[in-house]
Design a protein around this ligand. Structure first.
Ligand code: GLU
Ligand code: MG
Length: 450
């Protein structure tokens, strides 16, 4: 390993790289990192780099909560190891390279709070049962000129939505993004001006889940750097203003078995695809507690914004939290997937994928059948109609999310007792911070956190 690291470090140093970010995402979806000088990469790959255990109990506002008994003292250290297979020079920050970090106990044994390890476990377990998993994120974000205090008073583009005209003013930024994504080894499907305030969207190519989560982190670093290089700043916050459409980070997932996409279907999902949808639907309230976990996430999940607010699914229904995307004659069976909408930048991407696949695969293994798909928006129905239709509101507050997670051992259990405890303590700390604050203040405090 250190031989490979030495060789990689030598090449990077010759190319002018001075240091490497060892990056991970915390329980708020906030990327954290340690930079090691390029000369220290081989040592970091062999012995790791020290970091406090307390990153697992940082809340969204960089406050350390000591509310989780497992991590209630400042006296402990872990080691961060670079994942060398994912080491990249950063096109937008050419003096730096980047690698996702594994979080390992000080003695080298697995550390139960490592979010990446949780997803690795879920993927390995699924592989043991013959399932091959694929995932890809769509990232929405808003831009403003560098130095802006917010997006609403100085939007980085003013639309029209989806129009090529909208992006003319930030043409060099768009070109920089396209260049840097390619150079950083991040294939994207498409990029466009979205309909939210000063919003853009790009979709990352689907890949294996751990790489998809790594890619999501690298994509964020790439976007921030390109924005900075072109006089802009980017916000990935779930809401950038109380009224505007939010930034969703929708997740597309699919499952293969024996070379066949189990989510295949044309107008409607086949039996396995339907069972996968039913599994996600069964655990949806608890899933959102992990995939849209910030206080501002719950405000984003409103009806009428394509963000999802109620428990239902539909084929190609953009208002549904679960949008079944069928295969077509043109695109074939491999195109079929389920788009999951109640996810955003405040989710740890490794944990989000871990819980989504666990719930979906449980649906397949339990042979579940989903209720009928909906083509409309139950947000326009009366509460009586929703009740009659078996449609309920997704958790709309931190308290409701905490209750939903605690009530679902299948989802909560994915994290393991220790990480679950830290995650819950962090959520409680965030909720305590937000108590009594108006939404605009909450939105403002989250705007530049991700
Ligand atoms: N911005 C919406 C959200 O909050 C999604 C819009 C879309 O469907 O692309 O998720
Ligand atoms: Mg979108």
């Amino acid at each position: 390993m250190s031989k490979a690291a030495s060789a990689a470090a030598k090449d990077l140093a010759l190319a002018g790289v001075r240091g490497v970010h060892l990056a991970w995402a915390d329980n708020n979806g906030i990327p954290r990192s340690r930079i090691v000088p390029i000369g220290g990469l081989a040592d970091a790959a062999t012995r790791g780099v020290g970091a406090t255990t307390l990153f697992a109990v940082f809340d969204t506002h960089d406050r350390i909560t000591y509310g989780h008994p497992g991590l209630s003292t400042p006296s402990a250290d872990i080691r961060l190891f670079p994942v060398l297979e994912r080491l990249r020079r950063l096109a937008g920050q050419p003096s730096l390279a980047w690698a996702p970090a594994r979080q390992v106990s000080a003695d080298g044994s697995p550390w139960p709070y490592c979010q990446r390890a949780v997803l690795e476990r879920v993927v390995a377990d699924a592989a043991g049962r013959g399932f091959e998993l694929r995932a890809g994120f769509e990232l929405e974000f808003a831009i403003a000129p560098a130095g802006s205090a917010d997006i609403a008073s100085s939007p980085g583009h003013t639309g029209p939505a989806y129009s090529p005209h909208a992006l003319v003013g930030v043409d060099d930024f768009v070109a920089g993004l396209l260049h840097d994504f390619e150079a950083n080894g991040l294939p994207i499907g498409q990029l466009h001006a979205e309909y939210g305030l000063a919003q853009l969207e790009l979709s990352l190519a689907a890949t294996d889940p751990v790489s998809a989560a790594d890619d999501q982190l690298l994509a964020r670093q790439t976007i921030h750097a390109a924005a900075h290089a072109h006089g802009l700043r980017a916000s990935f916050a779930p809401l950038v203003s109380p009224q505007a459409a939010g930034n969703g980070w929708h997740v597309h997932t699919s499952v293969r078995c024996k070379g066949r996409n189990l989510l295949a279907g044309r107008d409607r999902p086949g039996p396995d695809a339907a069972a996968y949808v039913a599994g996600l639907l069964r655990d949806l309230p608890a899933l959102t507690a992990v995939t849209a976990p910030s206080v501002v996430s719950t405000a984003r999940l409103r009806p009428g914004y394509f963000a999802s607010a109620f428990t239902f699914w539909g084929t190609e229904n953009r208002e549904a939290p679960l949008r079944y995307v069928p295969g077509t004659e043109l695109l074939g069976d491999d195109h079929a997937n389920v788009e999951y909408k109640p996810c955003d930048a405040s989710a740890n991407p490794y944990l989000a994928l871990a819980v989504l696949f666990t719930a979906g695969l449980a649906g397949i293994e339990d042979g579940l059948e989903p209720p009928a798909p909906l083509a409309g928006d139950p947000g326009t129905w009366s509460s009586g109609e929703r009740q009659a239709g078996g449609v309920s509101r997704l958790p709309a507050s931190p308290g409701e999310q905490a209750t939903a997670l605690a009530a679902c051992p299948r989802v909560a259990g994915v994290l393991g007792a220790e990480l679950l405890g830290a995650f819950q303590a962090v959520r409680a700390s965030d909720a305590e911070w937000a108590e009594g604050k108006p939404l605009h203040e909450i939105v403002g405090a989250h705007l530049w956190r991700y």
